[in-house]
Write a protein of this length. Structure first.
Length: 253
């Protein structure tokens, strides 16, 4: 997303900012537990709630933002799909960079298909589904398909497979270890639900509900700023957190 405030919906940026803050809290607690031997139960309900809430909110907003981008660029039909494809490829490439870095440092648990991989692929996979938003009666298709993908993904997580090559899809092989794992099944379903919600609440790049235009609040401004820079914050936050904790002697690597 571009950093310009022009023609942006402040509530979308604020929600994205909240998702980023939740994610930073989750990773801070994880780093303290993993590197610093602090007594945080990373498998507790509260810990998982923070992490999953951040991921679900972020992925819903990916879908909603795709709807907004699609509506905004309907005039330039020849380039809008190319732009989406290149955007997805860019984000997926950032995911590959993270995979490479974590493989060098943590070869046994490196990130194989994390949330950036998922978002990049989801943007590309969403292209044919965006057409449903042009037909009112078919908008429900994204919601139904999204729910079916989620159900299928959760079912696959109850099984284990010997096919190592399909871990990105949701077929979890035996002895599979990774720090960050968001396979297409079930998580792409959340993005599709976001597409449906985006068309429902922001059809033709217009709010379909009454809302405060600009709250002119410093907290909201801060959340909006974080939301507008979410990609770069996500990409850099972990090394920054680890460096600060290491600098002050809170953790050891």
């Amino acid at each position: 997303m571009k950093n310009s405030k022009i023609n942006r919906f402040w509530e979308i940026d604020s929600l994205r900012g909240i998702a980023i803050i939740l994610m930073i809290i989750y990773h801070l607690l994880f780093d303290l537990s993993y590197f610093g031997n602090y007594a945080f139960d990373i498998h507790s309900a509260l810990f998982l709630l923070i992490g999953r809430s951040a991921a679900i909110l972020f992925l819903l907003l990916v879908g909603i933002s795709l709807t907004l981008s699609y509506s905004k660029n309907q005039i330039d039909k020849s380039n809008r799909y190319i732009k989406l494809f290149l955007r997805g490829l860019k984000i997926f490439s950032l995911g590959l960079i993270i995979s490479s870095i974590t493989w060098l440092i943590f070869p046994n648990n490196f990130i194989r298909f994390g949330i950036l991989h998922l978002i990049g692929i989801s943007i590309i996979l969403s292209i044919p589904f965006l057409k449903f938003n042009l037909i009112k009666e078919k908008n429900i298709y994204n919601l139904i398909i999204g729910i079916l993908i989620i159900i299928t993904g959760f079912y696959l997580q109850t099984l284990q497979f010997n096919v190592n090559e399909l871990f990105w899809l949701g077929f979890i092989p035996h002895h599979f270890n990774t720090f960050d794992y968001f396979p297409i099944l079930p998580w792409f379903g959340i993005v599709l639900i976001g597409l449906s919600l985006g068309n429902m609440f922001y059809k033709n790049y217009k709010r379909q509900f009454r809302f405060i235009k600009d709250p002119n609040n410093k907290l909201v401004d801060a959340l909006n700023y974080i939301g507008r820079h979410s990609l770069i914050i996500y990409f850099l936050h972990q090394p920054v957190i680890i460096f600060i904790l290491y600098l002050f002697g809170i953790i050891s690597i």
